[in-house]
Every structure is written in structure tokens, then in C-alpha cells.
Design a protein around this ligand. Sequence first.
Ligand SMILES: Nc1ncnc2c1ncn2[C@@H]1O[C@H](COP(=O)(O)OP(=O)(O)OP(=O)(O)O)[C@@H](O)[C@H]1O
Ligand SMILES: [Mg+2]
Length: 422
Amino acid sequence: MARAPQAPPNSTDESQAQIAHLEQRIGALEALQEVALVFSSEFQLERLLALILSSAVDVMKASAGSLLLYDGTTKELVFQVVQGGGGKALRQKRIRSDEGIAGWVFSRGQPVIVHDTGMDSRHLLRIDEALRFHTAAMVAAPLIYKGKPIGVIEIINKKSGEQFVEDDQDLLMAFAAQAAVVIENARLFQQVVSERDRLLVVEEEVRRELARELHDGPSQILAAIIMGLKFLKQVIARQPERTETELAELERLAAQALHQVRNMLFDLRPVALETQGLRAALEIYVERLRASEDVKLHLDVQLLKTRWSPKVEAALFSIIQEAVGNAKKHAQPKNIWITAQPQDDQIALSVRDDGRGFDLAHVEESYAQRGNLGLLNMKERAEIANATLDINSKPGKGTLVTLTVPMRQPTRRSARVFSSNQ
Ligand SMILES: Nc1ncnc2c1ncn2[C@@H]1O[C@H](COP(=O)(O)OP(=O)(O)OP(=O)(O)O)[C@@H](O)[C@H]1O
Ligand SMILES: [Mg+2]
């Protein structure tokens, strides 16, 4: 930062020089403030980096500079933008993060002034000379965000030919502090944008796949059902004894179409499930239901910290969805509780309602004739998730559906389903 004059002036010349010096510092700080404002409205990372460097070179009244960012995967510093000096040839050049002056600054998190880089042992790389540029003086500062260095900014050769002094270093440090924040913001912004783009691509793929499945699956079956119904009209008139067989076939086709549509609904699982996991998806799901349903929904999934594969999480979500759907549709409950409880190396997920309950054995017996698919789907999904599915219900006593899922998925499937009743 700008320094106050150290001793009272003892001559007019000296005081004028000090006033000039202060004016220069104030000017530099004003410029710094201005560029900080411009920075915060630029989110395109490459443009922002170029802007930061050119502003720093201007403010420091220098002739060249470079900005390097750390690449954590290779532990290297990468020349992102270079102005003057080595110019374009240096762009994207990589150096070890403890190499040269930039590496020294980066690894120590400290600024440095180098008066004659030719003599400085840290200036090992001799990149400038290879590019026929002589670095006479340099000031470099680390870009630090939340205590962690993320890169280095180097300013080279004052236009006036003077050496850099401590004031310059302080100014560059102030500049670097602002720059680090806006660089990180721009990176975050870019991450959000690319995540959104990725989701749009996924969404588009799902849509295309769904259209294909609708075309090849249910719409073909519906066409077959319509043909079958036309045929049935003739059968009723001419061969009434065949009616039952034809009706059974039509029923089979309709059940098949329903099954396919359900599988598609399963594929249309909420995006949050894939991106944020089961717990977030359940929170969003319950929030939506609360807005539209009279029944009181209680969600207690704070302890659900495990993440499974997308396939397993989708299967678990769909079972819970069906269990809640069944409670709403059949039980007329006042309350539905959804809970997640860790038990040793397993998680018990449960859906309980205080509705009218049912006789599971009876439902299972007549399942084939009923044409329902909910419980069957739950059973299939439980197998996908290697989970044990227990359904406990008694007429008049509500229903408890419990899924016990291993936190770490075994390689072998071992689902036990419909295991207990009453
Ligand atoms: N929570 C519940 N409370 C009361 N009855 C239930 C409950 N869950 C299931 N049932 C009974 O079990 C039957 C079978 O459920 P299932 O989910 O398989 O079929 P569905 O809900 O009737 O139809 P689908 O799910 O195919 O739309 C239901 O018809 C209902 O009689
Ligand atoms: Mg159902």
C-alpha cells in the first residue's frame, strides 16, 4: 500500500517530491479500485485473466508481465496470459510449481522483488532469454484465495527503467488479492455453467431415448390393442366362445404397456437424484408433496449420508415413491413418515403410514389376477439395490415399508423381499 512520508520534509524540493510520490500512489490505488470494479463484471475466465494482467502492467507502469495459474492435477504452474516480453510463445507453457521465480513465490506464498534477474539464482529457467527478451527487473506476487495460493502474477521492467521498490510490491500484493477473488468467482461461474450444460445434454439424451422407447414400446402395444379390440367386435358377433381368450390377450398387452410406461417414469427420475443424491431428492420430493397434499408428511433423513451408484439411488427413490404413493392412494392416512436410520453397516429406509392397512398375504395371492404392478416394481427395484424389502401391514393398523440397504454395495445380489407380514 502507499507509504506515508517517513520524515518531515526539510526542503521544498523534497516535499514536492514526496507530494508527487503520494499522488502517484493515490493514482495507482484509484486505478486499482477501478479495475476491481471492471473485474467483478467479467466472468469469462480468459478475458478476465487478460484484463487483470494488462491492468496490473498499466498500474505498475511496466512493460511486460505474465499471469500463471496452478494446475493441481499436475502440480504445475501454467502461463495463462503473457503481455509483452516473451509474448505468445510463453502461453500455456508449464513449469514445476517450485521452479523459477514464479515457483519460489508460489510455494512460499510470498512476493518478491528481483533487481537483476540475470543474477538471481531463482531465475533458473531462462525462458525470457530463449525468447530474446531481457528481464531487468521483476516484481512478483502470489495470487492467494482463502489462504491457498492459486497462481502468480509477475510484472516485468518498469517503463522508466527504474528498479521496482517495496511500494510496488505492496501495490501488486493489493492487486493480486483482488484478482485472486475475481478469478475464483469466474472459475466457480464457469463450473456452474458447464454443470448446467452437462445437465442439458443428459436431459436431451433422456428425452431422445424416451421418445424412442415410447415409439417402440407402448405406442406399438396400444396400436395392437386397438386392432385387437376391432377384431374382438367381430369375434363377439361371429365366434362368441373365443371372446374370453381374446380379452385375456388384450389384458396381457395392456399390462405390458403399463409396465413399460412405469419403467420410463423410473428413467425420468429427478435430476437432483443424480446430482445431489438420495437425501436431496427426497427433500425436494417431500417439499413438493407437502405443497399439494393434505396428508402430513414427516421427513427424517438427516442421517442419510451414504451415496450409492445412480442406479441404486434411483431404485431406492422409486421404491419410496411407490410406498408413499400407495399410502396416499389406498390408506387415507393422516401422517406419512419417511425416515433413514443407519444400523451398523446398513441403512434402514422406511415409509410408514397411519392409514387403514391391508392384508399383504391376501394381496399377494391374488396379485396375478389384479394387474397391479406397484409391489412387483418395488420388489424388482429392491433387487437392483441389493436391499431387503419388508412390508408390514395389518388392516386398521397402518403400513410400514422398510428397506435395509448395505452402505457398501456387495458384488453379489441378495435381496430378500416380502419377507414379513403382520
Ligand atoms: N400403504 C398401503 N395401505 C393400504 N393398502 C395398501 C398400501 N400399499 C398397498 N396396498 C394394497 O396393496 C395393493 C397392491 O399395491 P400395488 O402398489 O401393487 O398396486 P396399486 O397401488 O393398486 O396399483 P399400481 O401400483 O399398479 O398403480 C393395493 O391395491 C392396495 O390394496
Ligand atoms: Mg401402487
